[in-house]
Design a protein around this ligand. Structure first.
Ligand SMILES: Cc1cc2nc3c(=O)[nH]c(=O)nc-3n(C[C@H](O)[C@H](O)[C@H](O)COP(=O)(O)OP(=O)(O)OC[C@H]3O[C@@H](n4cnc5c(N)ncnc54)[C@H](O)[C@@H]3O)c2cc1C
Length: 434
């Protein structure tokens, strides 16, 4: 059987960054990708966080196929047909390095990254789906696609297979994936002329807008809707907890929830006249810090989404955590290669690196985010409605003196909500969400 130094399963941001770092250090590395080309099967919301990327590729800004920089952000609460929003366009985000946040499409960005890895010396084999690892005693020593002759051996294997982490499950690094540990996202790319996008979202040049919609955007499920502007298309989608979705026992499918989001009176005018070019669906890991899989065993490391390394709080950061983990895995392999020891004892160094970095520190910090929201759904369902009603009353134009309006609002709120409960919820939100 053929043997190489390192096999990486999966040509997403984590696998390709790992491959690039290894190849640059002179390590023989082969990336195996099940898609026709890197990025062919990949999807994300749309913001490529590039702090890691621009460190390893200083030409990222000038050369990479990003669509727009994120100059405008909006966090919006939908209540019924109403909207309340916090919209900000800081000058700091509209100047280089643009807060390291760029709208991109995975198809083109993953191919750009793959070319960088190949130029550094990595080999990429497309159209090959790894069905299992090969073992010698308890050590992972290779991969197979199922056929007797479809095998490849390596000193060490990096599993970068993404959220649908069946191989890490087979390698007993994680328990069977439960609905509570995954979210589902569906998204469309909707084509619109560039000038229309710029007029509708108030953009100039390569400036872009990232809008996140909470509350009624996903029919009371734990999740949110989003619109991100590309140059001549919009990424429009919804993502929500899979367990929440199955618990509601609705006969709606995820696409119905996206359709309802798209037809919401606040959203529909932003999409008017657009033509759907692509439809995509994908899992999002929401393992959480306390339920992360084991990250290594003899001969094997797990990186990126396969390892559950995704910040599912307000930040929705996955790409830069994936890339950081790819680099840490590569550095660990390089050190192990010098010692000629790819046992778990040596590969353990990988987890140490993750713990010392923003990757595991951020995941630890937001570990209660989803469980807190699961237990306090009033924050996403009831409070937006309450706030909307208060604002409607406060700003009503009538002949009543304003002081009387304020008193009436206070009395109505006092009747409907317990202030101690609100204070407790707000304290909980502050401690667990922010
Ligand atoms: C809807 C959605 C919105 C998101 N929005 C954002 C965002 O705005 N910003 C952000 O930073 N992150 C976002 N993320 C998360 C981000 O996409 C991931 O964190 C990131 O892509 C993880 O990279 P990865 O390389 O670990 O995995 P992936 O990008 O999933 O790559 C895994 C690769 O492995 C391949 N593969 C899988 N199994 C096999 C196999 N058996 N054999 C061979 N190849 C295999 C796949 O084809 C794929 O190419 C979002 C995710 C989703 C789903």
């Amino acid at each position: 059987m053929d043997k190489v130094e390192v096999i990486i399963v999966g040509a997403g941001p984590s696998g390709l960054t790992c491959a690039y770092t290894l190849a640059k250090a002179g390590v023989e590395v082969v990336v195996i990708e099940r898609g026709e080309y890197p990025g062919a099967k990949n999807m994300f919301g749309g913001i490529f966080f590039s702090s890691i990327m621009s460190k390893i590729f200083p030409d990222f800004f000038a050369d990479a196929p990003w669509e727009r920089f994120v100059g405008k952000r909006k966090f919006s609460l939908l209540a019924g047909n109403s909207e309340m929003a916090f919209d900000f366009t800081p000058s700091a985000f509209n100047e280089p390095p643009y807060n390291h946040s760029f709208m991109a499409r995975r198809g083109s960005m993953d191919q750009w990254l793959a070319k960088k890895a190949e130029a550094a010396g990595a080999s990429i084999i497309n159209n090959y789906c790894v069905s299992d690892f090969l073992y010698e005693h308890d050590k992972v020593v290779g991969i197979t696609s199922g056929g007797d002759h479809d095998t490849l051996l390596a000193d060490v294997i990096v599993c970068a297979e993404g959220a649908n982490s069946l191989l890490s499950e087979k390698a007993r690094l994680r328990k069977k994936i439960m609905a509570g540990r995954r979210s589902i996202a569906v998204k469309e790319n909707i084509r619109l002329p560039r000038a229309v996008i710029e007029d509708r979202f108030g953009l100039t040049g390569r400036q872009g807008a990232a809008y996140e919609y909470f509350g009624a955007s996903v029919q009371g499920l734990l999740g949110n809707g989003f619109i991100y502007t590309n140059q001549d298309s919009l990424s429009v989608g919804v993502g929500f907890s899979l367990s929440d979705f199955t618990k509601t026992q609705t006969d709606k499918n995820p696409n119905d929830i996206l359709d309802e989001f798209k037809s919401h009176p606040v959203i529909a005018p932003l999409l008017r006249g657009g033509e759907t070019m692509e439809y995509m669906a994908h899992m999002i890991p929401s393992d959480g810090y306390d339920y992360l899989p084991k990250l290594y065993r003899d001969g094997l490391l797990v990186v990126g989404d396969a390892a559950g390394l995704l910040n599912t709080s307000f930040f929705h950061e996955g790409v830069n955590l994936a890339m950081a983990s790819g680099i840490f895995a590569a550095e660990t392999v390089i050190a192990a290669r010098e010692q000629k020891d790819f046992s778990a004892d040596t590969l353990e160094f990988y987890e140490e690196k993750l713990k010392k970095s923003f990757v595991l520190q951020d995941l630890k910090n937001c570990k209660n985010f989803l469980s807190f929201l699961h237990k306090h759904k009033s924050l996403i369902n009831d409070y937006p409605v309450l706030l909307n009603n208060v604002l409607v009353d406060y700003f009503q134009v009538c002949e009543k003196p304003k002081i009387q309006i304020k008193k009436e609002i206070f009395q109505r709120v006092k009747k409907n909500v317990k202030f101690t409960r609100v204070a407790w919820d707000m304290w909980g939100a502050w401690s667990n969400l922010i």
